[in-house]
Design a protein around this ligand. Structure first.
Ligand code: SF4
Length: 64
């Protein structure tokens, strides 16, 4: 699994960072980017799904 944050959709709520700080980093405006842009370790996949499901802007893209 890989993930990335669609910057055209992200509105800077920081919800993803609160749920999965190992996967996302936020700037001073709360805008998120993915920390890992290669295949995720399997133990982080559940957090990735949780973050994607809770992003109100559907900005977190999961590639299986
Ligand atoms: S929850 Fe979604 S919209 Fe909010 S910062 Fe994270 S990726 Fe961006």
């Amino acid at each position: 699994m890989k993930i990335y944050v669609d910057q055209t959709r992200c509105q800077g709520h920081s919800r993803c960072y609160m749920l999965a700080p190992d996967l996302f980093e936020i700037d001073d405006y709360g805008q998120s980017t993915e920390k890992i842009n290669v295949h995720l370790p399997s133990e982080l996949e559940e957090d990735a799904r949780l973050a994607a499901e809770n992003c109100p802007e559907f900005a977190i893209v999961i590639i299986e």
